[in-house]
Ligand binder design. Structure first.
Ligand SMILES: Nc1ncnc2c1ncn2[C@@H]1O[C@H](COP(=O)(O)OP(=O)(O)OP(=O)(O)O)[C@@H](O)[C@H]1O
Ligand SMILES: [Mg+2]
Length: 275
């Protein structure tokens, strides 16, 4: 059976011992879109991604990926996805090119060398192709990791904290790659703790908290749930970070104060100065 959603879960639960990590996760990711799963450390983001990528069995609920049930059709799910884990999976002893060739061979693809060379070019790694991955910077390693996960053109990509630990320039490179993939129709579910990353990349954003997706929507929708603060002279839109912190801290509002005290400046001048 095919669905128009690339990823769908309903009532997904998972506990470790008596620690209930997922308490009924419902999420829907339309095909060809980018979904960002936000949550604090330990919220269960990696747990959810591991269930969706068949590495872990849920205790309850249901999930389909690319129309296949993760529990009963794990092989079909695995053929439809790739996972870039929270910690890079490159083999440091091998060169960048060897890593790519190895994955292409494991996937039984024809012309693994050509596939590797194309990806090296796409990810600006051609010059470093012959160097051991151990010598790569964090950003290069992350790019190689993502390149490896694209071999075979999986329609659904899971990226678990793809830019953690990267400098801003490398982060931008990863963001560009994700946008490019989404532009080509790949469905991307990424987890992140960087709220700006969600703002930059995601069509829809879900906040995972205490085992459930407590808020879900486009950035514009999330901003509507949380109306902008109005002060005497300045109106400031809440950032996604404001929304996230306010929700997660049970209503303990963390709206940023205006950067300038209200003065005789006109609202327009003050607003302009804030940008
Ligand atoms: N194999 C395991 N055995 C026991 N507890 C686990 C196991 N894996 C994860 N947990 C616990 O489950 C909770 C959720 O972990 P998970 O890794 O899914 O969180 P996360 O949202 O990805 O966090 P982070 O942002 O730190 O990556 C944590 O409290 C973690 O300690
Ligand atoms: Mg994690």
């Amino acid at each position: 059976m095919t669905t128009r959603h690339a990823i769908e879960t309903s009532g997904l639960t998972k506990s470790y011992g008596d620690h209930e990590v997922l308490r009924g996760v419902d999420l829907t990711v339309p095909a060809g879109t980018v979904y960002a799963l936000l949550g604090s450390n330990g919220a269960g983001k990696t747990t959810a991604v591991r269930i969706l990528s068949t590495l872990l069995k849920a205790d309850g609920g249901a999930a389909t990926v690319n129309g296949h049930d993760v529990a009963s059709q794990a092989d079909e799910v695995r053929e439809s996805i790739s996972l870039t884990g929270q910690f890079a999976a490159v083999d440091e002893v091998l060169t960048g090119r060897e890593n790519l060739v190895l994955v292409a061979e494991l996937r039984h693809l024809k012309e693994p060398g050509r596939i590797a060379d194309e990806l090296l070019a796409q990810f600006a790694l051609t010059e470093a192709a012959g160097q051991r991955a151990a010598t790569y910077s964090g950003g290069m390693r992350r790019r190689l990791d993502i390149a490896m996960s694209l071999i075979g053109h999986p329609p659904v990509l899971f990226l678990d904290e793809p830019t953690t630990g990267l400098d801003p320039q490398s982060r931008n490179e990863v963001w560009r790659t994700v946008r490019q993939l989404a532009g080509q129709g790949t469905t991307v579910l990424l987890t992140t703790q960087y709220l700006e990353e969600a703002e930059q990349l995601a069509d829809r954003i879900g906040i995972l908290h205490e085992g459930r997706i407590i808020v879900e929507g486009t950035l514009a929708e999330l901003k509507q749930i949380f109306p902008p603060a109005t002060v005497e002279y300045v109106e400031k839109q809440p950032s996604l970070e404001d929304i996230f912190l306010a929700i997660v801290h049970d209503g303990a509002t963390t709206q940023a104060a205006p950067t300038e005290p209200a003065t005789t400046d006109s609202a327009a001048t003050t607003e302009g100065a804030q940008r």
